[in-house]
Ligand binder design. Structure first.
Ligand code: FAD
Ligand code: A2P
Length: 271
């Protein structure tokens, strides 16, 4: 993959403009980028904002994006799909350091610590770009203050699609800020479904069969101890919810914390 870093000084011309500082392409369908952070922007790890570019008609073309960086970071990071004919990402995939994007500084979302009751273990369950909010939460000290164990399950069709998450998890161990908090607490469980890899299978199947509990040496999920945050396609979210409810966990919200919370990683065709 390629990393480009900004050298030019930012010149801002758009409303709510932020300047791209780094772009990294992971596959032909996935890239991540970093932008300057508005000084006034406060957010809770796991939340999303609206970002975009000016459309051909001169109006902002905006989409929801999870903030992938932690709330203590000076910059903001995003992890994005490239939809070949997608109105936004067909253009966004070509951004370069020094370019501007639009960022509406109003963070919202349900994948926040406030929406969960206290517990012993927290499960982050993601497919595809659904790992983005967890890239933020895995880098947040609050995650390790609140839970003894943090389990990151990420499933993609192919191995290369796991690289962004894998590199992030590996870098956390040496992180000067939270490396010590993470050590021994963060358990990473990446799987593929359509390419051979060390661990395979859908998250739903690995939870229902008990394979992930056996592999990690953990007891089955229990509403007394286990919490979960879910982010993937609508089909994935629906199926995982049924699995979590089967373990006795109930869905929470900012206004009413419970044992698990869910957010869509994208709005699918016709949904
Ligand atoms: P759109 O017209 O928006 O989408 C075209 C089609 O592409 C969709 O119908 C769907 O089938 C597919 N698609 C869209 N997004 C994805 C995706 N992420 N993975 C797989 N298929 C997809 N996208 C990100 O890449 N990163 C994020 O962090 C992110 N966070 C989101 C948070 C929320 C709460 C929601 C609702 C969506 C989020 N999305 C995220 C999706 C994002 O808003 C856009 O849909 C995406 O950037 C594509 O925009 P587009 O205009 O190119 O195509
Ligand atoms: P699978 O290859 O068995 O469909 P997609 O690219 O279609 O969004 O899928 C991303 C990952 O999520 C794939 O590994 C896929 O597995 C898995 N997945 C898709 N739908 C579901 C679902 N309903 N339940 C569990 N996993 C799912």
């Amino acid at each position: 993959n390629t990393v480009n870093e900004a050298t030019a000084k930012p010149v801002r011309t758009l409303p709510d403009a932020q300047t791209v500082t780094q772009v990294q392409h992971w596959t032909d369908r996935l890239f991540s980028f970093r932008v300057t952070r508005p000084q006034s922007l406060r957010f809770r790890s796991g939340e999303f904002v609206m970002i975009g570019l000016l459309g051909d008609n001169g109006k902002p073309l905006l989409r929801a994006y999870s903030i992938a960086s932690p709330s203590w970071d000076d910059e903001l990071e995003f992890y994005s799909i490239k939809v070949p004919d997608g109105p936004l990402t067909s253009k966004l995939q070509h951004i370069q350091p020094g370019d501007e994007i639009i960022l509406r500084p109003k963070p919202v979302g349900t994948l926040v610590h406030d929406a969960l009751l206290p517990g012993k273990r927290v499960w982050f369950l993601a497919t595809g770009t659904g790992i983005a909010p967890f890239a933020s939460l895995m880098r947040d000290p609050e995650t390790y203050e609140k839970f003894d164990q943090v389990i990151m399950m990420h499933t993609c069709r192919e191995q290369a699609e796991l690289d962004y998450g894998r590199e992030l998890v590996e870098s956390l161990q040496d992180d000067p800020l939270i490396g010590e908090m993470v050590a021994g607490k963060l358990l990473y469980y990446p799987t593929t479904t359509r390419e051979e890899s060390p661990k395979m299978g859908r998250i739903t199947d690995n939870l229902t069969s008990g394979k992930v509990f056996e592999d990690l040496g953990l007891p089955p999920m229990d509403p007394a101890t286990d919490r979960a945050m879910v982010c993937g396609s609508l089909a994935f979210n629906v199926d995982v919810k049924a699995v979590l409810e089967g373990f006795g966990l109930r869905e929470g919200a900012n206004s009413e914390p419970q044992e698990y919370v869910v957010e869509k990683a994208f709005v699918g065709d016709g949904i």
